[in-house]
Design a protein around this ligand. Structure first.
Ligand SMILES: [Fe+2]
Ligand SMILES: [Fe+2]
Length: 244
């Protein structure tokens, strides 16, 4: 009996996806293109890829419900001068505001839960200091994954922003070769991207480096990595472990 559900899953590889002009918050924004994986029309709420041309960036804006992204290539300079580099996983708390620019161009993968609005003002530095977390996955620091949704020693994690009890948050997962997750259900979206290695889902689909996957609420699955892998995970609601 099939006990899992992967209906509605979307897979986009950021290295081969179709880039479109970014519609912007207040009209088309030159120098920005995007590839929505899950996006609500007219708003950049969801899960999407963004490419910034050299010399471009984003005007000062406010994150009503926070913003998480990972730098896939290139560099992005944040409003306080901090240079975000390939491999940086960056989380902004609700209420933070910033502006960015990329002298040499960059590509990133973002998850946004609530509306973003362009604003006037210059008090971004204070909110950046208090509300921004940066973790680079290549620096290591992975620790054993907590008991939910599984307690396998073959899986480690590196939280950027996470609730260990519910499984919600924005965090890195590292599968040792042969590591697997137990059957679990997502009450809200699970969205993850393959940074290294391969991962095979329970329907036989193997995700490869560069794949960005969006699973809708109600999805349930388990997965295994024969060669090992590192993924960046964005989990919007609690996980539930299911009987297998
Ligand atoms: Fe932002
Ligand atoms: Fe999952």
């Amino acid at each position: 009996m099939q006990t899992w559900n992967l209906e509605g899953r979307r897979i986009v590889n950021w290295k081969t996806c179709d880039w479109q002009p970014y519609p912007g918050l207040d009209g088309a924004e030159p120098g920005l293109s995007w590839c929505p994986i899950r996006a609500e029309p007219g708003r950049d709420v969801g899960y999407f890829l963004m490419k910034v041309e050299p010399g471009s960036g984003a005007a000062l804006h406010l994150h009503s419900a926070g913003e998480d992204f990972i730098m896939l290539e290139g560099e992005l300079v944040d409003g306080d001068g901090t240079v975000l580099r390939e491999g940086d996983c960056v989380s902004y708390a609700p209420g933070t505001r910033h502006r960015t620019h990329s002298p040499g161009g960059c590509t990133l993968l973002a998850g946004v839960k609530g509306p973003i609005s362009t604003i006037e003002g210059d008090d971004e530095l204070e909110t950046l200091r208090e509300g921004r977390t940066i973790v680079n996955w290549r620096d290591g620091g992975f620790v054993p994954y907590p008991s939910l949704p599984d307690d396998s020693a073959a899986i480690q994690w590196l939280p950027v922003r996470a609730n260990a009890e519910t499984g919600e948050g924005f965090y890195l997962i590292s599968f040792e070769p042969g590591g697997s997750s137990t059957l679990h259900e997502h009450t809200d979206f699970e969205e993850f991207a393959m940074l290294q290695g391969t991962l095979t889902d329970c329907d036989g689909t193997t995700y490869v480096e560069g794949d960005c996957i969006s699973m809708p609420p109600g999805s349930s699955h388990f997965s295994r990595s024969s060669e090992g892998c590192v993924v960046i995970d964005m989990i919007s609601g609690p996980l539930r472990v299911l009987e297998q």
